[in-house]
Design a protein around this ligand. Structure first.
Ligand code: GAP
Length: 516
């Protein structure tokens, strides 16, 4: 998808009440966004899909809702005060600031693109007889680009693991990375920058406490793990799920709601016996990818990306990436966090956080597998994958419709009820239908403009079903139901609406796929 299409997505989100720039009447606030009347419905549906898939499908997973403000020592213990940094570099001419690691990743992506272009060119040239593996192993240009890419990759991984900021700058200089704004290579040194926002609690007179806005919801789970285990009589293995806001002072905050300074996470920490982490890591990888794929988008839009550099707390980590308009990007992280967090909290709070395992007759600090997904990234991936512009109509009257082919379970409005005309008792009949269905489905009434225009409006917001009331309805209680994706229409009894729509918008079918 091109930049143009991405721009269209952003303006579509604004035009139809999905996402607005925050504080817009004051010219906005960098990388902060508000969700509008339809955006909040889509977001809530995403959260419900995640929450129910965790706590309904797994009897050993329960939820909590912990405070955003937490004792500041938590962030010392978790390593965020000392190590939650991004390596920054400034271009002296444009005065623009970049993440050094992002510049290097983009550099590697350029080599990937070059390789891909060579392969595509050869595929076109050789047609059916093309053998990609042989081509990649023998083509000189591909081999050179692969070698360069690997060289950068190896230096990059080593520099990250050694926290070697001088080497990060050296890579940028050696490969002549230029600032996209000034076009120059006039770089500062690379420095570390802590991403946590801080504020003060209490008045300064009595010695205010410096506290942080949480950069992840996970720590709220760790510090409550024993409360939940004891009060819920939970036995290992068990999980604790939480949805909530997180805050990061991101340097490179671009790409709309992909990277924001205030965002929302859906995280689940799964507490397990030490030594069983690889088995559970694989199990959760499998469950989580099924959760994504159950939504029905093509499989090729998803891939796993194993981390080159493990976070300070992890002994295995992978991302689930989705093909966004700007390439494959992380939507969810799955991490084997070992006993790092609980052990650190034991050290810093001076209390035992161990679990007594009755089967083993011994106490231990549990290991943890974490699944962590950003609500906003999930939202963006759904909008991007659903947005279509389609040519419709016949030769003499061609038209383009913009349609959001959202999975019906996530659509903000499930059903639009449209009286053909604003008279003859049709509006009243439409209201009667809504009154019967509104307890179950989010319904919208619309009587303005021609029926064609009303269909287009519903297509643009992703409403899977439109129901039209006409003169025949008043005679025999039948309506026309129109399906968003196929635009097919059929006549059905009003009494069948509930079951037809209910079957399509129920999360049950998706949950079955996850549990298969
Ligand atoms: N507790 C682990 C953790 O926070 P992470 O990979 O830093 O791990 C998890 O974040 C998820 O949160 C990411 O996969 C992404 O979906 C989302 N996320 C992280 N930073 C974000 C940001 N600035 N804006 C939007 N979403 C973000």
């Amino acid at each position: 998808m091109s930049d143009d299409v991405f721009k269209k997505l952003v303006s579509h989100c604004k035009e139809y009440g999905f996402v607005f720039p925050s504080s817009e009447i004051y010219d906005g606030l960098g990388a902060v966004y508000d969700y509008g009347q339809l955006g909040v419905e889509l977001k809530n549906n995403i959260k419900k899909y995640w929450w129910d898939s965790m706590v309904l499908l797994h009897e050993n997973v329960v939820g909590i809702d912990s405070a955003i403000f937490m004792h500041p020592t938590i962030w010392k213990a978790s390593g965020h005060v000392d190590a939650f940094n991004d390596p920054l570099i400034d271009n002296k001419d444009s005065k623009k600031r970049y993440r050094a690691d992002v510049l290097i990743e983009e550099l590697m992506a350029k080599y990937d693109d070059k390789i891909e272009k060579e392969v595509e060119k050869a595929r076109k040239k050789f047609g059916d007889s093309f053998d990609e593996t042989v081509f990649k192993e023998t083509n000189q240009r591909v081999l050179e680009n692969v070698a360069k890419r690997n060289e950068i990759h190896n230096r990059f991984v080593k520099a990250l693991n050694d926290s070697d900021l001088v080497e990060l700058k050296a890579i940028i200089e050696d490969y002549e990375v230029v600032c996209p704004v000034s076009g120059t290579k006039n770089w500062t040194d690379v420095r570390q920058f802590n991403l946590m926002f801080s504020t003060e609690m209490g008045s300064t007179a009595d010695g205010a406490l410096k506290i942080y806005l949480r950069p992840e919801t996970a720590q709220g789970i760790f510090v409550n793990y024993l409360n939940v285990q004891k009060t819920g009589r939970m036995k290992i293995p068990f999980g604790i799920a939480q949805i909530g806001k997180a805050f990061r002072n991101e340097i490179v905050a671009r790409q709309f709601i992909f990277r924001m300074r205030e965002f929302e996470q859906m995280e689940m920490q799964f507490f397990i016996r030490p030594g069983s982490e690889m088995e559970w890591f694989e199990k959760w990888k499998n469950i989580r990818i099924k959760w994504h794929k159950a939504l029905g988008f093509p499989e090729r839009k998803y891939r796993f990306h194993d981390h080159d550099k493990l976070a300070h707390y992890a002994n295995a980590a992978t991302d689930i990436e989705f093909e966004m308009p700007f390439g494959f990007k992380e939507v969810e992280g799955i991490h084997s966090r070992t006993d790092f967090d609980l052990s650190q909290h034991e050290k810093f709070c001076g209390k035992k956080l161990q679990y007594f395992d009755p089967e083993l007759n011994q106490s231990y600090t549990p290991y943890v597998i974490e699944t962590s997904i950003g609500v906003d990234r999930m939202f963006l991936s759904m909008i991007a994958a659903s947005y279509c512009e389609e040519e419709v109509g016949s030769d003499d009257k061609k038209d383009t419709r913009v349609v959001l082919k959202l999975p019906a379970v996530l659509a903000p409005i499930k059903l639009a009820v449209l009286p053909l005309v604003k008279k003859d008792g049709m509006p009243e009949k439409a209201r009667e239908i809504i009154n019967n269905l509104k307890f179950e489905f989010n319904c919208q009434y619309d009587e303005k403009d021609s029926i064609g225009k009303r269909y287009r409006r519903q297509d643009a917001i992703g409403t899977p079903f439109c129901v039209t009331i006409d003169h025949t309805t008043l005679e025999d209680n039948t309506v026309t139901i129109r399906y968003r994706d196929t635009m097919m229409q059929e006549r059905i009894n009003i009494s069948d609406l509930q079951s037809i729509i209910g079957e399509q918008v129920s999360m049950k079918n998706l949950f079955r796929k996850i549990m298969e």
